[in-house]
Design a protein around this ligand. Structure first.
Ligand code: 4NP
Length: 147
């Protein structure tokens, strides 16, 4: 099973989803491949934002060597599950030809969007973003992989 998490910039939210999924798969011996990307091109090649790196580190995850990339049409063939972090990401994915993207918030947060933390005022709020992503990623894997 190959899972791709998609946000806007691939520097705040989807790197956290990628790291959480990889750690959860490792802990449970699941044979899944996980990646993340953004619908936008602004941050290609950049490391995750410092506040995402910080919350990841607090939670025991290291995302400092991740590099942002933009979604490609080939991703829609390669990955079994394409998971958007908010409804705008889902709309962008659909307009690019992705047939059935999943909304991460449908796996534990009643379809809520994971808030875009790029414009947060400092670190506050990143813990909530992490918690939302962690809950939903684990539920998604439970539903799609464990069965
Ligand atoms: P992300 O956050 O989608 O969670 O990586 C953002 C990063 C950059 C921008 C927006 C959101 N931006 O407008 O550059």
């Amino acid at each position: 099973m190959k899972i791709l998490f998609v946000c806007l910039g691939n520097i705040c939210r989807s790197p956290l989803a990628e790291a959480i999924a990889k750690e959860y798969a490792k802990q449970n011996n699941y044979d899944i491949e996980v990646d993340s990307c953004g619908t936008g091109s602004w941050h290609i090649g950049e490391a995750p934002c410092l506040d995402s790196q910080k919350i990841a580190k607090i939670k025991g995850l290291d995302i400092s060597n991740y590099k942002a990339r933009q979604v490609q049409k080939e991703d829609f063939k390669k990955f079994d599950l394409i998971v958007g972090l908010d409804s705008k990401n889902i709309a962008s994915l659909k307009s690019l030809g992705c047939k059935n993207p999943l909304l991460i918030g449908d796996f534990g947060y009643e379809g809520e969007d994971v808030p875009d933390p790029y414009f947060f005022d400092g670190f506050e709020g990143f813990d909530k973003v992490f918690e939302m992503i962690e809950t939903c990623v684990k539920n998604l894997i439970k539903e799609k992989v464990e069965k």
